[in-house]
Design a protein around this ligand. Structure first.
Ligand code: IVH
Length: 689
């Protein structure tokens, strides 16, 4: 195929794909199968691969997700994106109607829409092309998430009609099915679960890597025209029709109500069953004045327009008996109490567990074992205990107290000052923490070891094959085949998957290590800056906190992590197994980068300060050793110092180093560095206190 034939076919394919998207997402009337659709997309991708000059920003192929970003740009909305006032009962709706009629000077017609429980976004189309997408943020300033929004199949990259300008407001949401599947996968991977589809949608849209957003099955409904040039709309229903006509997804539910009585009747018609039957969450209805000419007349407060009101559905509740309270020990040792309930039906599912959050929550609500309680689904997904029915008490109920010893390992349980959580102090000696830690290590966002879910990790721990995450890399196929559930093939697959993970990028390893407060975002920033685990281990508090998005809490826990001998032992084992501890290309100067004017060697770029008497070596000799290996020797300790080498009777420089968090090593440690060895031995970062 030559270029001009390819161009023709590419244009045709784009038209077809957008047409099928429109039929699927807007009209809800697909005419081809998913396979046929995929075939069109594959053909388009192949042609664009062969002829990159044919790629355009509005090609449906661009939905796969662009390059990851460091952070989101902030955008100021040209017009504030207001919130809505809430009504919880008929009386509040009648009050709303009275105010509206007073200001409007007569009767008004309303339109009722579904209140989609998602994340509000503003979408800008210039000359029909999707050019800018932002989250609502605080209403004034949001985050620019254009690339992420482009991955949402329901969002047209080009309108079906070219208009000079259209700015719309809509809601990005995660369908219930996608939410359940996402949480199931996260559970399997040992990752924290999303509390509800709204949080999941928000978390997925605010990903720095659009490829993650693309994998999350988000969808969209638009409901409000913010700016429009090249056409006119007069009513809200007219606006919804217009939005659908230009190709934007509009929720099919809308009801015109000639007056507030009709609104109240419609509100009543929304039974829990009707709501449960929808494939996405709605948390209420939005009642809007239909005549757009009245909107500026009615105006707005600083928070919300006076021409609209949200009617919030009451949360569904049920009563159940607390049969017991169990504790789960998480990866960081936090003990989370959970109520075990007599099973009850609630908002379409059977509930037998409810979170109790922490001890304060239990105390505040005075929840006792044996109590009859009211449970409710928060965001209608995760059940929680809202209140106790004390009149149902018979006197046999038992108050709950947090145990003094961890139920998993027997170590002391403490409640750190200022925290609501109780923690097990067993650390890596606590089997529950070890289990959770290894599950996290292998999970999708971390080392992503296929086939190593929670059940297998538990089995390997029980068999005594694992004591920490690094042991994974020493597992042999012969050991695995002896275990129940493992066959020749599955054992081989697991060993291969573990071996493959050795090459995971540094940022994943950093996240996988489970350093407290170091999430994926912080791990990426740290890996990008330090490039090797070694440099991060030797970094001072200041150097770490100087990085964007890294606060003192993160820096502190990084230092704590590297000061813990057991962690250093795990790192050493990882290193011996050949796990990559450096970012790709670390250590080699990029072309065009000025190389510092010192001898290149294992200490290049490192600054040392010497203090005390070094055994068997004069200070000059030590200095020579350092400079000939590319390092610098300085006479005073600052936050720029990489290491303080301390001998006998060290002076004030030692104290200064401790103050600034600069690592202190001994002569042995220096020698290891000189040999180019990554030194993880605790003795290297020695401590004289
Ligand atoms: S109208 C200026 N219509 O609910 C008023 N909002 O709790 C614009 N929402 O922040 C809002 N579905 O994000 C409107 N059909 C709908 C909606 C809707 C969901 C969201 C919106 C708003 C929130 C208020």
């Amino acid at each position: 195929m030559d270029l001009s034939a390819a161009r023709q076919r590419v244009t045709e394919l784009r038209r077809l794909i957008e047409e099928h998207n429109y039929r699927y997402y807007v009209l809800d009337q697909p005419v081809i199968s998913d396979q046929e659709y995929d075939a069109l997309m594959r053909e388009l991708l192949a042609l664009e691969e062969a002829y990159p000059e044919l790629r355009t920003p509005d090609s449906p192929s661009q939905r796969v997700g662009g390059a990851p970003r460091e952070e989101f740009a902030q955008v100021r909305h040209p017009q504030a994106l207001l919130s809505l006032n809430d009504a919880f009962n008929e009386g509040e709706l009648l009050d709303f109607d009275r105010r509206v009629r007073e200001l409007a000077g007569g009767p008004v017609e309303y339109v009722i829409e579904a209140k989609i429980d998602g994340l509000a976004v503003a979408l800008t189309y210039n000359d029909g092309l999707f050019t800018l997408g932002a989250t609502r943020g605080d209403g004034q300033v949001g985050e620019e998430v254009t690339a992420n929004l482009k991955t949402i199949p329901a969002l047209p990259l080009r309108l079906r009609r070219s208009l000079p300008l259209l700015v719309v407001r809509g809601e990005v949401y995660m369908p219930k099915g996608a939410f359940t599947a996402l949480n199931a996968a996260r559970e399997e991977a040992g990752e924290p679960l999303f509390a509800n589809p709204r949080n999941a949608a928000a978390g997925s849209l605010r990903q720095l890597d659009p490829k993650i957003t693309a994998s999350r099955s988000l969808s969209l409904f638009v409901y409000q025209v913010i700016s429009l040039r090249g056409a006119t709309v007069f009513t809200q229903t007219g606006a919804l029709d217009f939005l659908a006509e230009v190709g934007l997804p509009v929720n099919p539910y809308r009801v015109l109500a000639p007056d507030i009585q009709a609104v109240l009747a419609e509100v009543k018609a929304w039974t829990p069953e009707k709501r449960a039957a929808l494939p996405y969450e709605i948390d209420g209805l939005v009642i809007k004045v239909n005549d757009l000419a009245l909107h500026p007349v009615l105006g707005a407060t600083a928070k919300a327009p006076r021409w609209a009101m949200a009617y919030k559905f009451p949360a569904e509740q049920a009563t159940a008996r607390v049969e017991g309270i169990i504790l789960r020990v998480g990866r960081t040792g936090v003990l989370t109490p959970t109520a075990v309930l007599t099973p009850v039906r609630l908002a379409g599912t059977t509930v037998s567990r409810a979170t109790l959050h922490n001890e304060d929550y239990i105390r505040e609500k005075d929840i006792r074992i044996g109590d009859t309680v009211i449970v409710q689904k928060a965001g209608d997904i995760i059940p929680e205990v809202v209140a106790v029915l004390p009149e149902r008490r018979t006197g046999v109920e038992e108050a709950f107290t947090m145990p003094e010893r961890c139920p998993a390992c027997g170590a002391a349980v403490v409640r750190p000052p200022g925290e609501a959580a109780h923690r097990c102090t067993g650390g890596l000696a606590c089997p529950a923490q070890v289990l959770e830690g290894i599950i996290h290590f292998a999970s999708r966002g971390a080392m992503d070891i296929q086939g190593l879910g929670p059940a297998i990790v538990a089995q390997l721990l029980e068999a005594g094959l694992l004591h920490d995450a690094a042991d994974l890399y020493y597992l042999k196929k012969e050991d695995l085949v002896k275990l129940e559930r493992f066959a020749e093939q599955s054992a081989g697959n697991l060993v291969a998957a573990i071996a493959a993970s050795k090459e995971q990028p540094l940022e994943r390893l950093l996240f996988a290590l489970g350093i407290r407060h170091v999430g994926q975002r912080a791990a990426r920033v740290l890996a990008g800056h330090f490039r090797t685990l070694d440099r991060l281990a030797g970094a001072s508090l200041e150097e770490i906190t100087d990085l964007p998005d890294i606060g003192p809490r993160i820096a502190e826990s990084i230092r704590e992590f590297f000061a813990e001998p057991r962690n250093l032992a795990v790192l050493e084992k990882l290193q011996r197994a050949g796990v990559r501890l450096t970012a790709a290309g670390a250590g080699t100067a990029a072309p065009g980068t000025a190389v510092p004017d010192t001898t290149a060697g294992p200490l290049t770029g490192k600054t040392f300060v010497l203090t005390g008497t070094l055994p068997g070596m004069t200070r000059q000799e030590a200095e020579k050793l350092i400079t000939s290996a590319g390092g610098k020797v300085s006479s005073s300790v600052s936050k720029k110092t990489d290491y303080v080498v301390a001998g006998d009777k060290p002076g004030s420089k030692y104290d200064r180093a401790r103050e600034l968090g600069v690592p202190v090593i001994d002569l042995e440690g220096l020698k290891r560095l000189l040999e180019g060895k990554r030194s993880w031995r605790r003795e290297d970062l020695y401590d004289r206190v």
